[in-house]
Design a protein around this ligand. Sequence first.
Ligand SMILES: *Cc1c(COP(=O)(O)O)cnc(C)c1O
Length: 403
Amino acid sequence: MGNIFVFFEVYSIVRQFMMFDQELAQLDQKHLLRRLSTVESSVGPRIKMNGRSLLLMCSNDYLGLASHPELRRAAARAMEQYGFGSGASRLISGTSPLHQELERRLALFKNTDAALLFNSGYAANTGIIPAIAGEGDVVLSDSLNHASIIDGCRLSKAAINVYRHKDLDHLESLLAKSGHARRKLIVTDGVFSMDGDIAPLPGLVQLAEKYHALLMVDDAHATGVIGNSGKGTAEYFGLAGRVPIQMGTLGKALGSFGAYVAGERALIDYLVNTARSFIFSTALPPAVCAASLAALDIVEKEPERRNRLWDNRNRFVKGLEALGVGVGGSESPIIPIMIGDSGKAFKAGQELLSRGIYATAIRPPTVPEGTARIRMTVMATHSEADINETLEAFNGLKQEGFI
Ligand SMILES: *Cc1c(COP(=O)(O)O)cnc(C)c1O
């Protein structure tokens, strides 16, 4: 009797693993299987993969800070002083003076009352949205928002209304139908992560004010990148003070790790009490905060880095256009090369790799079905020769009919 039970239990576990295999095989067949690639060097314009030196054209380390000596030194010093781990969540015993200093600096940087750290942008969005919008509320979300916003919406008990990408008329028609809602939250990427276009913030602010909705902007790809002093989307549009919830990340242009939300004191205190990803997660290591502080110093003191980033971006886009390669709606250092079919996009990525350039194919579900692409990003630390080498590779891809 017992033996039979054991047999069925083992059989049922084995069968479940076989199902994983089958599902992976199906993904592979659709050219949607993902595999990890190991970067054996530090992050920079050139990296080492499989012992080979490659030109890196898909990192979010826009300003070249991820490997910067000042960040390394700041982290090492903080580690000496505070050790490595934080030991607990912020509300238990995990708050160090460096968390507080970084929050103070971020609030200054964003010109807001206060700021709150989160352990990642993913944690921020999945914490903030459900904390702000619950039962009886409405969230209005751009159709191309980042997955972490989508997941934040899924965790929220609010009604979720997705508006067509950057379509203010569609958004307004949804807002007009949300009169019953206790609270309305409009949420958008500042710079869209897979297309590199910029949210129509002036229109969003107007609609938010007209319909008494809260507006939340995710500046993951805007922080350090857009606006005269790299403060993000609100600065870029001259709308400082009119975006009540400004979220951003520290792991992209700031070369560090973690995320923040900046806003009014009451918002921040409310999130300390309600954002579950803040409350129930171990605090960032103090050394990570020290690296973020060093990165903010550099962003403020070296605007020439941002200028180089934009020069590189413009040089690359001009070169692509001269080759007859479109860049979609890109308005930022994120430059999507549209391919469409997932298999073809994957092969184009492999082809680039064979030419010494690393830029991954982005396929569904990261992007909508039929819009697979190579998502290129340029960095301040790329040289003119790096950009030219990449353009040469694209010339090759064009000859071979990939684009
Ligand atoms: C990368 C990204 C995030 C997630 O940030 P992490 O710190 O990497 O978790 C959130 N939103 C957008 C728009 C992003 O591009």
